[in-house]
Design a protein around this ligand. Structure first.
Ligand SMILES: Cc1ncc(C[n+]2csc(CCOP(=O)(O)OP(=O)(O)O)c2C)c(N)n1
Length: 665
């Protein structure tokens, strides 16, 4: 138990409150209410409970703290400053929410050392933390508790728990019995529109219990009660939710307990009155010397544990240490190139006509034996997504070394957990669903792109080519919309070889996520070459040159439509028209190449036609606004896929006809 008495605790917590009030006031925007209300909970965590060393916020065995309610960012920045995290000075707090500062409106892990994950979209932090706790368990099972043994703490708000993603996240965590995940709910009963009673009356404690959690209620302003509850949680064999009853804007005489404290500066008068009520003296951003000293001592308290850890880590074999470091850096094994090349050569020797989802499974069979860090999974579509290799073992509470996650029908929870697994470190991860349900996962995918996390989405049934399931399941706009997302890379490979190359590119990437859009229907193997070079890595390449002279037509296509372009080229040749085929597995990667490379791939044939069983959006950059696009401009239809393609005019004949029309014009 602690040696911090109540008076001392109050001083520590009030330092957070003071800084949060001042930061928001100076910025003239922000959210003072949550930091003021949750200051006691955060103080208990950072001064009594958590294992961390402020001097090294990247220490692999630190406890994780996730501020899921990212709007309360001043709480986190105040904590980083008070504990003495390098790079967070008073001057940074004074620049809260200013351009170029490391104290942005919502916490951004890529801007600020000590921020574990980017939060702001409510619910994401909580769901990401589930992945962190999964990764902790997996890594501990592999490297041992001597070097991996930490907790994941989440501070969540009402909004976090109201968002739909929270249900997916807590159900998954409860099922997996993630007992080192501890959620502290800032139960203040207030959101933006007013008291929660106008929108919600869920019994959250009961809800968590129903999902397999331990849960209990405490007074969120009673440090002893909070500490005791956390200590009980740490002994549990289930994840725990502690409902901490708090007052939003605690200390502000007029605004406390109201939505007025949620998201705007208190105003000079109310701020002064709050400081007076809390006994905070001194000017703006001033922390009493003895209080700061106590905070700094708390920030340094974990240095002994860190040192002990260093010794335990040093005692591991050199091989294990090297592997641990490699894994944390997300570097792919040196053997990956060779494995992919051998796989491609085997395919050339024995060409395969298979769906690219099957080709992905074949690539995974080649990759997983050399990448023990690869955690695959699916949102209940394993037999459709082909994400599970033969030797894979499920990750369950009893088999923590398992590398296959059964996410259940929880696309959003899966995508967020994948972010958490990646952020935790030690693992690369891929998860599957139908491409059309990318929309169910999108907010987490967007955060992966923003954070630059190299996760892989295996999204199968990538067009009307899925056939009978019809327009609810046929993605039409998803590929274009995912391409539109900054830092998201989309591959839509045409055959087995391109699928292997897309996997290679996705894994070699360490600065952002990749979508693999894969077909349900079988596709012929079009590539006849297999060199070490990854031809898909430039986004596009000439698959077939024009025969007999300069190309009169350039046919650009991705995925399943490359086959159609190849057939159209033949039809055109029969009519004496020379066409080349450019395979475009990744349109946005093509458009990232330098101009000369783009020009050489796009070529100068007077007739440009793009073929993709999706919307035109984005293709004008290749074919021009006067180019011909053969694809979709409506939702799809249910039927056998070949008939559906015919119905929508996406056929080799239609491509050849369109080319002839222009040729003869
Ligand atoms: C997904 C999402 N929807 C909406 C918002 C906008 N927003 C920010 S805070 C908030 C609600 C705040 O209520 P609560 O979670 O109780 O936080 P508190 O009032 O306690 O600070 C909303 C709707 C958001 N950040 N994320």
């Amino acid at each position: 138990m602690t040696t911090i008495d109540r008076a001392q605790h109050d001083k520590l917590a009030n330092a957070i409150r003071g800084l949060a009030m001042d930061g928001v006031e100076k910025a003239k925007s922000g959210h003072p209410g949550l930091p003021m209300g949750a200051a006691d909970v955060a103080t208990v965590l950072f001064t009594r409970v958590m294992k961390y060393d402020a001097a090294d916020p990247r220490w692999p065995d630190r406890d994780r703290f996730v501020l899921s309610a990212g709007h309360g960012s001043m709480l986190l920045y105040a904590l980083l400053y008070l504990t003495g995290t390098p790079g967070m000075e008073l001057a940074d707090l004074e620049k809260f929410r200013q351009l170029g500062s490391n104290t942005p409106g919502h916490p951004e892990n890529f801007e600020t050392a000590g921020v574990e994950t980017t939060t702001g979209p409510l619910g994401q932090g909580l769901a990401t933390a589930v992945g962190m706790a999964m990764a902790e368990r997996m890594l501990a099972a592999e490297f041992g508790k001597k070097v991996v043994d930490h907790h994941t703490y989440v501070l969540a708000s009402d909004g976090d728990l109201m968002e739909g993603i929270s249900q997916e996240a807590i159900a998954l965590a409860g099922h997996q019995k993630l007992n080192k995940l501890i959620v502290l709910w800032d139960d203040n009963g207030i959101s933006i529109d007013g008291p929660l009673s106008i929108t919600d009356n869920v019994d959250q404690v009961a809800r968590f219990k129903a999902c397999g959690w331990r849960s209990e209620r405490v007074d969120g302003h009673d440090p002893e009660a909070i500490e005791a509850a956390i200590n009980r949680a740490r002994k549990s064999n289930k994840p725990t939710m502690i409902a901490c009853k708090t007052v939003i804007g605690f200390g502000a005489p007029k605004k406390a307990g109201t939505s007025k404290a949620h998201g705007e500066p208190l105003g000079a008068e109310e701020l002064a009155a709050a400081k007076k009520a809390l006994g905070i003296t001194g000017g703006p951003f001033e922390v009493a010397a003895d209080t700061l000293k106590a905070w700094r001592a708390a920030g340094a308290a974990g240095s002994a544990a860190h040192k002990d850890w260093n010794e335990r880590f040093a005692a591991l074999s050199e091989r294990k240490r090297g592997e641990f470091d490699r894994r944390l850096a997300h570097t792919v094994p040196a053997k990956l190139d060779k494995a992919i090349l051998a796989h491609k050569k085997a395919l050339i020797a024995a060409p395969q006509t298979v769906a690219t989802r099957k080709a992905s499974e074949m690539a995974l069979e080649a990759i997983t034996p050399i990448m023990p860090e690869l955690v695959m999974g699916s949102a209940d579509l394993t037999p459709s997504n082909n994400t599970r290799t033969k030797a894979a073992e499920d990750f369950t509470p009893k088999t923590p070394k398992g590398r296959y996650v059964r996410y259940g029908i929880r696309e959003h929870g899966m995508a967020a957990a994948m972010n958490g697994i990646t952020l935790h470190g030690g693992f690369r991860t891929g998860g599957g669903t139908f491409l059309v349900f990318a929309d169910y996962a999108r907010p987490s995918m967007r955060l992966a792109a923003l954070m630059g996390l190299p996760v892989v989405y295996v999204m199968t049934h990538d067009s009307i080519g899925l056939g009978e399931d019809g327009p609810t399941h046929q993605p039409v706009e998803q590929v274009a919309s995912l391409r539109a997302m900054p830092n998201m890379r989309v591959f839509r490979p045409a055959d087995t070889i391109e699928t292997a190359e897309a996997w290679q590119a996705a894994l070699e990437r360490t600065d952002g996520p990749t979508v693999l859009a894969l077909s349900r229907q079988n596709l012929p193997q079009l590539r006849t070459d297999a060199t070490a070079k990854n031809r898909s890595a430039t986004g596009a390449y000439e698959l077939l040159a024009a025969e007999g002279g300069k190309a009169q037509v350039s046919l650009f296509a991705s995925g399943s439509e490359v086959e159609l372009a190849v057939a159209a080229r033949k039809l055109l040749a029969e009519k004496g028209v020379r066409a080349r085929v450019v395979s475009v597995p990744s349109l946005e990667l093509l458009l990232e190449q330098d101009e000369a490379t783009q020009a050489s791939i796009i070529g100068s044939a007077p007739i440009k036609i793009a073929v993709e069983a999706g919307v035109r959006f984005g293709w004008d950059a290749v074919i021009g606004h006067d180019g011909t696009f053969i694809g979709m401009n409506s939702f799809g239809a249910s039927g056998p896929y070949k008939e559906v393609y015919k119905h929508f005019g996406i056929t080799a004949e239609a491509i050849a006809d369109a080319a002839m029309k222009k040729h003869n014009a």
